[in-house]
Design a protein around this ligand. Structure first.
Ligand code: FAD
Ligand code: FES
Ligand code: FES
Length: 1405
């Protein structure tokens, strides 16, 4: 885009001008051309081929794009290093700096950095998409720390990085090897990190549980192999053994000497970028461009320009203006330049708190606490104080504190005049402040506090770490002693999140001034607060009752906290148990424990091998779909999407789009060359809508342009006129309107439910409803496909991020009217799928294939995070209506259940999801009489789809809800009810399958013992007695998960194995590697089969052209069966089709947890065929290696390639007779959880989670543990954190049918801070599974539901809170149990001012 402007062409900036703009990337000097002001650093890096840095969200919310920035700080006279989100950093903001990306840290050729090595070895990467971001955050921490960081600092620095796969524990383990050991661990003195009962490992001096009791009783707890050596030094390079330090990139000497110059550069659409270095230059620019936006971190402006599509014409980077960067400690307070970054501010606050008298720094302490929970580290490293203030967001975390603390703002105008405004008076309205267009904020003055002056911060968010507030507050009171009394002399109470601006509670202030600090003041203030803070029922953001309750809760906490501060002076008469309200949340370092046995089989099976791609992932060398380079004439696609939930399309006007920059074409339904009808099971969807749209986000067409941004811009210019039609926006509305998908009603029956209810056998019959919330997949890698043609469209190829390449092949062939044989889809790996890329990725690839085919050009489509979340569907919400009859002991007699799922606007997989929910509606309980009626609801939402568990968790959650209600009815613990109803060997389920080899009882008892359930209950009871405002709860929940696709035909798999003459083996199979370690496990199977090291086996990619396999050869089948028994495959039966060559063109999606079973067996089949052919040669000679044998076979013209095939035996279910075996076997598990809730705010944390799972003889226990931990944390998100908010009757402030929670900013998946303090995983020992390969069991989905133990522990804690105010009746709690649901269920004198006792927060279902 052109080169730098000549000096004379530049805008004059105080006579100075820049000659060149440069930056260093990984030690390489790069000249930055003019014209790129619109680019982010991330776009630039990826454009120059550094694709290790990933785009996960583009809004600073996931950390996948983390890089390290280094520059020379002239004031500090040293280089400073810090992590930033490259997706928000404007390219020119790093001019003159050194950027280190993951590629610059280390790679496999030159050697891995210890951080990379440690993460790889600790099983810290699964799909690997988040991995470079984690590496860079940790690397930047180490580079910026003079001393080794503490464990707390390490966990803190990772707060801005999300991982959806691992559950974080292995990442923490990997990085804590770099931590400074806390002396307290050695001296055993009081330390916040050291919990009572924890044990110090003598070898490491760190807390560990190597002497604590393991989950299965008396044995010592073995950590996984990698963790045994966790504190030993890691090797640096596997290639040449050299130490890494020789290769550490130094700060480029040129940048040390280089003088920073002012910059004036340009960008797309006339955008101007200035970088003044002096205040007068800045003010000149401001005078010339009054509407210019000042930027420092660009964390607000970047979001406004990218997500809200606001076009600013002039950006002025003020990060280097010295006057805006002052940090002066003065006699009367602190002077803070407006451009001071939050990290610097935090450091300064910590310094003054250490250095000054305690009474002076009450405000500083409040800021320290508030900044701790402000965004992630990457954001705090760049975001400035002035940016936060001047944005004037109503939920700014700092503005209420500036106001309360009595800060003053210095404002400068273009003439250099300075005026001062009290922070309290600065905010005028929604994002409106007291600045004229010629003025800017210069600095902030924060006065020291006086004796008896107290300042306190408050914040409640959906998630503690890296989340914006629901409500926050800053409060200050200044007390004066008058005789015995302490009288309020001054006060300020300011709230965020309750009005369009940070709101001062004026009447409350007036009331408290002059009053004594006592109960009377408290009661009066609460009344005035109700008047001051008023929210209308339909206030934007919803949660009105919760927000209002929080305002009172916060003041109550403030009252108690101040009372606590002054209690030395006078008695306040506050009960001790009330002080629980003021105890801040503190977490110790996470303690993980993994307990399993290693059952080795051959060279590799059974070993806890690390993920085969982990070294590629930690170095950023692993490639994903969007990393594929585009050919020079390639185009980018963006979708034209419906904005209405249900409407008739009246017209589509594309004229403006056509004149948009870089536009290359628009394609609508009329342009589709083949069939416009698509669908996973039935063709009930249109690729591009023709006459009607049935959801917001439905695809109407596709636009292609030269860049991704231009494609989006053009697509946004397509004007669609609609005639709106009534929309169905909930399950209940669908039920009322009888809006069901055709032929989707299902019924399962056992016994006679009606007769049982009428017979009088039931001592009690209860009924109720369960609303089960949905969940966004939030795979870190958004949906992406690159499509191209060959031979002028005769062939179409694509690389797609999908779990089902075959579906892509099929959809594309169909919409283009091509035979499937001419369409190829390849998938190397995907950055997480969880079911979301099983069917809902295919229509995206198909949409991109239309322009690619018609224009004969490559077309790439990568969805932005918000679009991805809006259009690709989620976990189904469910409504369950139950009636249960049981004896007075709690023995179940009859269940009558109706369940409905919200399918959205197409059937997709919803019927199968419903069926699995019906199969799992008994969870693990014997129910003699059962009737389940299921229906799939048609609603005007995007089609919901597969998600880990596939309906099973929803069915089980409904079951555990009525179990819990029975327990309340009978005044017993739920565990008692569970135990007396357990199924066991021989139990015949409601779909006629009989349980065999059931290990439920054994693992339940082991867990009960190791978790010491009774003791835990007693401890919790004592805690609850002593703490009025914090409550703990415990729960233990079992699970049973059926393994197999419930659609019988899908239980088949093909594989292709080649043995090369160097003794290496190439395996290709139909499964997709999405982080779950499938390729690793399958390679282990092949390695053990050939008795060769794992490193000799390679699995390249999944491709629809390679997995068309031919099968036959009965002789080989016989040999194979013989070898299976020799190799100890146990009673596993591999079913091979005999006879003529069989064609197996259709591989199933990688789903249903069954892929290792299926593809492992198919690969083993192929390996055994080859081995049988090699055997005669092997018997004749004594070969020293497998390579020699392979070479000898080759010389004897023996075919060293084989196709393997496997079908799961003895399964199939007939819905007409309700008989059969839908599942091959079951995976059993149980979990114990203990939580603590803050009843005043709804905040919660999980103190302990113990999990036990029966995985037979695990093929790779480390990978299996990773799956369990990842599933559990993902499940924890579903049950307790992740809430989808749609525009529906429950959320009228959201436009109908629109998804409000469409990015990491508003949709909160668990972060590192949500991992249980103690997190133990144990695999049941000594129970081989006779039904699957090498006696193993499937793992991906079964542990997901176990997180419901956290949900029921939360409920247990709420029960305790309610009991304290006399509410003993049962109450409903829907998932997710967010702070809103927890707080509002804990009825008390504050919440009941706004709600009745049966209040339930609204949920989109
Ligand atoms: C992922 C993420 C998480 C976040 N979390 C939080 C959070 O937890 N709590 C919270 O409160 N906020 C949060 N924010 C909001 C944001 O980070 C802060 O508001 C930040 O402090 C803005 O600083 P900045 O330097 O990035 O501002 P910029 O985007 O660079 O500028 C913001 C605005 O301030 C104006 N401005 C900047 N300096 C001046 C000045 N000297 N005089 C006049 N106007 C000026 C600019 O013109 C612009 O309009 C978050 C943002 C993101 C992206
Ligand atoms: S891509 Fe930058 S934070 Fe998510
Ligand atoms: S490994 Fe972290 S998102 Fe997949």
């Amino acid at each position: 885009m052109g080169s730098l402007k000549n000096e004379e062409e530049m805008e004059p900036i105080g006579g100075e001008s820049s000659k060149d703009a440069i930056l260093y990337v990984n030690g390489v000097r790069r000249v930055l051309p003019d014209g790129l002001a619109h680019l982010t650093l991330l776009e630039y890096l990826r454009d120059i081929g550094l694709t290790g840095t990933k785009l996960g969200c583009g809004e600073g919310g996931c950390g996948a794009c983390t890089v390290m920035v280094s520059h020379y700080n002239k004031v500090l006279k040293r280089c400073v290093h810090y992590a930033v989100n490259a997706c928000l950093a404007p390219l020119y903001s790093v001019e003159g700096m050194h950027i280190i990306t993951v590629e610059g840290v280390g790679n496999r050729k030159t050697g891995l950095h210890p951080v990379q090595e440690s993460l790889a070895r600790s099983h810290g990467s699964q799909c690997g998409f988040c991995t470079p971001g984690f590496i860079m955050s940790m690397y930047a921490l180490l580079r910026s720390s003079e001393l080794p960081p503490t464990e707390e600092q390490i966990e803190e620095c990772l707060a801005g990085n999300l991982c959806r796969c691992t559950g974080y524990r292995p990442i923490i383990d990997a990085f804590q090897v770099f931590a400074k050991t806390d002396d307290a661990f050695y001296t055993n003195t009081s330390s916040s990190n050291l919990q009572s009962g924890e044990f110090l490992c003598p070898s490491t001096g760190k807390p560990c549980s190597c002497k604590s009791k393991s989950l299965n009783g008396a044995e010592t707890c073995k950590k996984s192999i990698t963790n045994e050596n966790k504190y030993e030094p890691v090797s640096y390079s596997e290639v040449d053994g050299s130490t890494y330090t020789d290769k550490e990139l130094i700060f480029p000497p040129e940048l040390l000497l280089r003088k920073l110059t002012p910059l004036y550069l340009n960008g797309f659409g006339g955008l101007k970028w200035f970088r003044p270095l002096k205040i007068q230059h800045l003010m000149e620019l401001k005078a010339k461009f009054p509407d210019a936006k000042l930027v420092v971190g660009n964390t607000e402006v970047g979001i406004e320009m990218r997500l809200k599509r606001i076009q600013y014409k002039v950006l002025i980077s003020v990060a280097h203006v010295p006057e805006l960067n002052v940090l002066h400690v003065k006699d009367d307070g602190l002077e803070i330049g407006a451009a001071v970054r939050l990290t610097e501010l935090l450091q300064m606050f910590r310094k003054v708190v250490n250095e000054r008298a305690a009474h002076e720094t009450s405000s500083c302490k409040a800021f320290i606490e508030q900044i701790k929970w402000f965004a992630g580290t990457q954001i705090k490293n760049v975001a400035c104080v002035g940016g936060n203030i001047c944005t004037a967001s109503p939920i700014s975390d700092l503005n209420p504190l500036w106001m309360a603390a009595g800060a003053k703002f210095q404002i400068i105008d273009c003439k250099g005049n300075i005026r001062t405004v009290m922070a309290e008076n600065f905010f005028l309205g929604y994002r409106k402040v007291d600045l004229t267009s010629g003025e800017i904020l210069l600095s902030i003055f924060l006065p020291w506090t006086r004796p008896f002056e107290y300042v306190k911060e408050f914040k409640q968010a959906h998630r503690r770490d890296d989340d914006i507030a629901i409500v926050n507050a800053g409060m200050r009171v200044f007390l004066e002693e008058k005789g015995e009394d302490l009288i309020v002399s001054d006060a300020l109470i300011v709230y965020g999140g309750v009005a369009p601006l940070s709101l001062s509670a004026v009447k409350t202030k007036e009331f408290v001034i002059g009053k004594n600090w006592d109960q009377e003041l408290l009661q009066g203030a609460l009344k005035f607060l109700e008047i001051d803070i008023f929210l209308k029922e339909d206030a934007p953001g919803g949660m009105v009752e919760f927000r209002r309750s929080l305002t009172l809760s916060f003041f109550f906490k403030f009252f108690l906290w101040v009372s606590q501060q002054i209690c030395m002076k006078k008695s306040t008469g506050i009960p001790l148990s009330y002080l629980s309200a003021t105890q801040p949340f503190q977490r110790p370092s996470i303690m993980g424990c993994q307990d399993y046995e290693i059952r080795k089989h051959g060279t590799s099976v059974g070993s806890p091998e690390i993920h085969l791609s982990s070294r590629l992932q930690v170095t950023g060398e692993a490639e994903y779909a969007d990393d594929t380079p585009m050919p020079s004439n390639g185009l980018h696609a963006a979708l034209v999407l419906s904005r209405k939930p249900h409407a008739k399309i009246l017209s589509i006007d594309d004229s403006e789009a056509k004149s948009s920059p870089g536009f290359a074409g628009i394609f609508l339904a009329k342009d589709v060359p083949g069939d416009n009808h698509i669908g996973a099971i039935t063709h009930d969807e249109e690729l591009f809508a023709t006459q009607y749209v049935t959801c917001v986000g439905q695809v109407i067409g596709v636009v292609v342009a030269d860049t991704h941004e231009n494609a989006k811009l053009a697509a946004a210019k397509v004007v669609v006129e609609y005639e709106e039609l009534p929309a169905i926006l909930s399950i209940q509305e669908a039920v009322d309107a009888k809006s069901f998908h055709p032929n989707s009603e299902k019924c399962l029956k056992k016994g006679d439910v009606d007769l049982c209810f009428q017979s009088g056998q039931c001592d009690k019959i209860i009924d109720g409803e369960v609303h089960v919330g949905g969940q966004e997949h939030f795979y870190l890698e958004p949906q992406s496909s690159l499509v191209w043609t060959m031979d002028s469209g005769s062939e179409v190829h694509m690389i797609s991020s999908t779990q089902a390449p075959l579906k892509h092949q099929k959809y594309v062939a169909q919409v283009l009217g091509l035979p499937m044989s001419k369409v190829v889809c390849k998938t190397k790996r995907i950055g997480g799928g969880f079911g979301g890329k099983e069917t809902r990725s295919a229509f995206i690839a198909a949409a991109a294939s239309v322009p690619s085919y018609l224009l004969n050009r490559s077309v790439k489509i990568t969805l932005d995070r918000d679009v991805d979340m809006m259009i690709t569907g989620q976990r189904h919400t469910f409504l369950g209506k139950y009636k249960v009859g049981f004896t007075k002991e709690g023995r179940l007699l009859a269940l009558d259940l109706e369940i409905y799922n919200n399918a959205g606007n197409s059937l997709d997989l919803s019927l199968s999801v419903l069926e699995r929910a019906m199969f799992h509606s008994d969870n693990v309980y014997k129910i003699p009489n059962i009737r389940i009626l299921g229906r799939v609801c048609f609603t005007n939402f995007p089609s919901h789809t597969a998600f880990r568990g596939f309906g099973g968790p929803q069915g089980m959650l409904i079951a555990e809800n009525w179990i819990q209600k029975i327990a309340v009815e009978l005044n017993k613990n739920p565990e008692e009810i569970r135990e007396i109803n357990f199924q066991g060997d021989g139990s015949i389920l409601h779909y006629s399958q009989q349980l065999q080899y059931c290990t439920l009882g054994q693992l339940w008892n082991e867990l009960k013992l190791s978790s010491d359930l009774l003791r835990a209950r007693e401890d919790v009871k004592q805690f609850n007695l002593q703490n009025r405002w914090k409550k703990r709860g415990v729960a233990m929940v079992p699970t049973k998960f059926g393994i197999s696709f419930t659609a019988k035909f899908m239980n088949q798999a093909g594989a292709l194995v080649h043995v090369y003459t160097d003794g290496t083996v190439l395996v290709t199979h139909g499964g997709v590697e999405m982080g779950q370690g499938l390729h690793t496990k399958v390679a282990q199977v092949a390695a053990s089969a050939f008795n060769i090291p794992l490193g000799c086996v390679f699995i390249s990619e999944t491709s629809t052209d390679k997995i068309r396999v031919q099968y036959g050869k009965t002789l080989v089948s016989v040999i194979f069966f013989l070898l299976c028994s020799v190799l100890g495959v146990g009673r596993l039966k591999l079913h091979v089709k005999d006879g003529l060559m069989q064609d197996v063109p259709n591989t199933s999606p990688t789903a249903a947890s069954a892929s290792s079973d299926l593809y492992g067996a198919a690969v083993l089949d192929a390996c055994e065929q080859i081995k049988a052919r090699m055997e005669p040669v092997a018997l004749k000679h004594n070969f020293s290696s497998f390579a020699e044998l392979a070479e000898a076979c080759y010389m004897q013209r023996i075919d060293l390639s084989a196709h393997g095939f496997y079908i799961t035996p003895d399964i199939g279910f007939d819905w007409t007779t309700c008989k059969g075996n839908p599942f091959n076997y079951y995976t059993y598990g149980a979990a114990f959880a203990e939580v603590e809730i803050d009843t005043l705010t709804g905040d919660f944390h999980t103190r302990t989670a113990n999990i036990i799972l029966d995985l037979g003889y695990s093929i790779n226990p480390a990978i299996d543990v990773g799956q369990i931990e990842g599933a559990f944390i993902q499940g924890l998100g579903w049950v307790a954190m992740e809430e989808l908010k749609w525009g529906d009757a429950a959320h009228k402030w959201i436009p109908p049918g629109c998804l409000y929670t469409s990015g990491p900013g508003s949709y909160k998946i668990p972060s590192m801070n949500d991992v249980p303090f103690k997190f133990s995983v144990s695999l049941l020992k000594g129970h081989p599974n006779v039904k699957a390969i090498h006696s193993s069991k499937a793992v991906g989905e079964p542990p997901f539901f176990l997180a419901s133990a956290v949900f029921f522990a939360i409920k247990d804690a709420i029960i305790a809170a309610r009991a304290e105010v006399g509410h003993h009746e049962w109450f409903p709690l829907s998932n997710p149990a967010t702070p809103e649901r927890i707080r509002m269920a804990c009825l008390d004198e504050f919440s009941t001012r706004f709600i009745d006792s049966d209040f339930c927060p609204k949920l989109s279902v």
